[in-house]
Design a protein around this ligand. Structure first.
Ligand code: FAD
Ligand code: NAP
Length: 347
């Protein structure tokens, strides 16, 4: 479609496009329609088209938390709207507005280069800025909810721009209103409040170990970022080499009484106390205890360094994935009485 005033091409609709390279688990599926969106004007124009209004639609960033188990009989829209803008600054903080298509890790590095702090623990998470609030991305004790001031989204039905404050996003553990209300809004930009003073979060045991190994007692945020990248590269498969979607299941949250039952039955249970009545159980440990770590179920692998990560070891099919999910979740249910919830979005 072209802009009637300028003649500029806003977007192209392609048909029968393979999706393997557009999602990091790399299942072999195709979409009936596909387009890339590079500006807000193009997005608004797309929302008005009969094609958009008549087809099921999936918005995609980096495809690192999305799997296409089947061919998709609709429209996949890859959001590539770029741009980072400093919109406010005082002695202590900056507010930056980041468009949805910006690469997340590149953004983290950009903020560190400018001495704006708060994102260092979220280094090397794949994907885009626009997708980051969907599941309230988190790692090493920091979540995007800790730094997100507000975000802008378009309501798909009306094309109306809506501003959501941090509170409006209803963030929770790997969750937000946008995950629960999938298909209602598309996020076009996020605004982050970052600190000019380092505020470090170094609690996780793997960070402590890495600091000790490097004899670092007062690391800079840049050093924390580099260290987290090193830990992640050691423990997680690179999706460009071994297709995967990161953690495949959420860590179950259980009550104190449920935790007591589990820890009495399984003294080596890996867990974290969240509050007096909430404990987080390490789903990777549950799968490891069931003996799945390093095993293969047809072409689905359970990663040898972290059982929570499933991999596509060859030409895995959607059917093989569904079977593997069933085998893993049933085993955990039988052994521990816990339901594992799949983290990525599966279509
Ligand atoms: P996509 O997979 O493209 O999309 C994810 C979902 O959001 C889909 O439902 C999609 O429709 C929707 N969506 C995407 N963009 C928009 C938008 N602009 N508006 C509305 N909806 C949208 N996650 C963590 O939380 N912490 C981690 O430490 C972490 N580590 C990972 C490590 C690896 C190796 C991998 C492969 C994944 C990891 N993830 C992690 C998961 C993933 O990287 C994040 O969830 C990331 O935010 C997904 O971004 P994306 O652009 O790839 O999203
Ligand atoms: P890890 O350090 O081996 O820890 C295992 C689990 O225990 C994690 O899931 C973590 O929960 C929890 N945990 C450990 N120390 C904790 C603490 N001090 N306070 C609260 N919870 C604690 O985990 P990992 O596999 O190497 O991953 C490291 C970090 O990267 C984790 O935060 C993880 O969530 C994140 N990550 C996420 C994905 C994804 O796709 N979602 C993929 C890779 C890594 P949390 O998961 O709640 O932190």
């Amino acid at each position: 479609m072209t802009d009637s005033a300028t003649g500029e091409v806003l977007f192209l609709i392609e048909e029968q496009v393979p999706l393997q390279t557009f999602h990091t688990f790399a299942l072999s599926a195709r979409t009936r329609y596909f387009c890339r969106i590079k500006s807000q004007a193009a997005l608004l124009a797309l929302l008005k088209t009969p094609l958009f209004q008549s087809q099921p639609c999936v918005f995609l960033g980096g495809g690192s938390n999305t799997l296409f188990q089947h061919d998709f009989e609709g429209l996949v829209v890859k959001l590539e709207i770029q741009g980072i803008e400093l919109i406010h600054e005082n002695a202590q903080f900056v507010h930056i507005k980041v468009n949805a298509g910006e690469n997340w890790h590149a953004l983290v590095q950009y903020t560190l280069q400018h001495q704006w702090f708060g994102l260092e623990n979220l280094s090397l998470i794949p994907g885009t800025a626009g997708a980051a609030p969907i599941q309230n991305i988190g790692a090493y004790g920091v979540e995007i909810k800790d730094v997100l001031l507000e975000l802008e989204a378009l309501e798909l039905k009306t094309g109306k721009a809506v501003i959501f404050s941090n509170q409006d996003c209803c963030f929770a553990y790997r969750d937000s209103r946008f995950k629960r209300e999938a298909g209602r809004y598309v996020i076009t930009s996020i605004t982050l409040k970052l600190s000019k003073q380092p505020v470090l979060h170094l609690d996780y045991a793997s960070i402590q170990e890495a600091l000790r190994a490097r004899h670092l007692t007062r690391p800079t945020p840049q050093q924390v970022s580099a260290l987290i990248c090193a830990i992640r590269r050691q423990k997680l498969p690179d999706p460009a080499v071994v297709p995967n979607a990161g953690s495949f299941f959420k860590n179950p949250l259980v009550s104190a009484s449920e935790y007591q039952r589990l820890s009495a039955a399984f003294p080596t249970l890996k867990s974290q106390k969240i509050s007096d009545d909430e404990y987080k159980i390490a789903a990777g440990w549950l799968l490891e205890f069931c003996g799945f770590k390093g095993k293969k179920i047809n072409n689905i692998g359970v990663y040898e360094k972290q059982a929570l990560v499933l991999t596509n070891t060859g030409h895995a099919s959607g059917k093989e994935l569904a079977e593997a999910i069933q085998i893993l979740t049933l085993a955990v249910q039988d052994k521990f009485g816990l339901s594992l919830e799949v983290e990525p979005q599966i279509y």
